[in-house]
Design a protein around this ligand. Structure first.
Ligand SMILES: Cc1ncc(COP(=O)(O)O)c(C=O)c1O
Length: 396
């Protein structure tokens, strides 16, 4: 046998980021709380939450209290009810499966998973443009204009709208309230993709007039992957969480409780849902401290921009901890460096900072969410120290 099974030995399964400050753009909000770490072993076995499943559906399990938990999560998001999905992407797919072959208007900064969910459901996509370089802002009025464009082309307003609350490229915070108002005026249901917001900042679907809130447990709710959240109101719950109508023609079996878009039973059975639950009390508290996170992010941007040839792109001032820098200074160094574009990654690693994508120097993204002031200072120092090492000017 050619397999080297030793490579799977636990001693060989160490994370490359171990022991470093991890500023990976998608990871900061998914770091487990102490409480979540405490349930890891108890609930680590495969279908652990199914010990006492009386209804054949994870979301109805009473012990552990998943049934109550889904309602608490819905309340926390200002919605009526919720389900747990295999990530934000599955939540979007589930919603769009109720709008098959329809039309969707979404922001032009939407994540690829929004487009894929639409494509898989035969939905035609129309984009709301953004303002372009260097801010890339989404103007809420663009939704009204695009709704009109859809009407001109198809004779009807769209079936659905989607707004990426904070986008993955620039970390811009969209004006969800204004978009929600426009959607309400046009009677178009709004999906608010809060993959980068709910769980770290307050999101109230009722106030924002969202029909659906999509969240990502592993991105922003301190949970183990994969887990997403799909919250909605009672009016729409029946269509999105519609149940099976099929009957086997030989067996005569029916599956009337099984929700189609959740594959019959939620696809998250063990650790993902239990870590989400164990972290929840802390998540409910932490969203109230969002202002401090923004303050830290803005401080960090100021420090980074002291390096000549490093500049934030996306909205200013920042309203989120995910940020994107343009860095001709580092790109210039990379051109002459033995390690080429990988030099920044290696230099950061030497300074115990991880998460800037290997090979990136022209521009890069990082996320400061949840870093202490001390950690933040270390990260800023690391970038400045690298710049100075290669003769780049750094302001005091
Ligand atoms: C804006 C946005 N939405 C959705 C996703 C996908 O989330 P999930 O992994 O929970 O499906 C991402 C992942 O980066 C994202 O950036």
């Amino acid at each position: 046998m050619g397999m080297d099974l030793n490579r799977y030995h636990p001693n060989n399964l160490k994370r490359v980021s171990s022991g470093m400050i991890n500023v990976h753009p998608i990871q900061r909000g998914g770091i487990l709380t102490e409480e979540a770490r405490r349930v890891l072993l108890e609930w680590a076995d495969g279908y652990s939450v199914c010990d006492v499943c009386l209804e054949g559906r994870v979301d109805l399990v009473k012990n552990p209290p998943i049934d109550e938990f889904k309602q608490d999560v819905a309340e926390f998001l200002g919605m009526d009810t919720a389900r747990f999905t295999a990530g934000a992407r599955h939540a979007k797919f589930a919603i769009m499966s109720a709008f098959k072959n329809g039309t969707l208007v979404l922001d032009s900064l939407a994540h690829y998973t929004s487009y894929i969910a639409a494509e898989l459901n035969g939905i035609r996509v129309y984009e709301v443009p953004n303002s372009g370089y260097p801010d890339f802002r989404i103007d809420p009025e663009g939704y009204a204009t695009t709704f009109e464009r859809v009407k001109e082309e198809t004779g009807r307003y769209p079936d659905l709208a989607l707004l990426t609350h904070v986008d993955y490229r620039y970390g811009n915070l969209a004006d969800a309230r204004k978009v929600g108002k426009i959607c309400e005026e046009y009677e178009v249901s709004l999906v608010l993709n809060t993959a980068y917001t709910s769980g770290i900042m307050e999101v109230d679907g009722k106030k924002l007039r969202a029909s659906f809130i999509v969240g990502s447990g592993h991105k922003s709710w301190a949970a183990t992957a994969p887990i997403g959240i799909l919250a909605t109101n009672y009016e729409l719950a029946d269509s999105v969480f519609r149940t099976s109508k099929l009957r086997g023609d030989w067996s005569g079996r029916a599956f009337t409780k099984k929700e189609l878009a959740l594959f019959g039973c939620s696809p998250v059975y063990g650790l993902p849902v239990m870590t989400l639950m164990a972290s929840f009390p802390r998540v409910v508290e932490r969203v109230k401290r969002w202002d401090e996170e923004v303050e830290k992010a803005r401080w960090f941007v100021r420090e980074m921009e002291k390096i000549e040839g490093v500049e934030l792109i996306g909205e200013r001032p920042k309203n989120h901890t995910l940020m994107h820098f343009e860095s001709p200074a580092f790109h210039h160094i990379a051109k002459k460096h033995r390690k080429r574009g990988y030099f920044l990654y290696h230099e950061l690693k030497k300074r115990k900072v991880f998460g800037v994508q290997a090979g990136m120097t022209k521009n890069f993204k990082l996320n400061t969410y949840g870093l202490s002031w001390e950690e933040l200072e270390k990260v800023a120092w690391a970038f400045k120290d690298i710049a100075e090492k290669y003769g780049v000017e750094v302001e005091d």
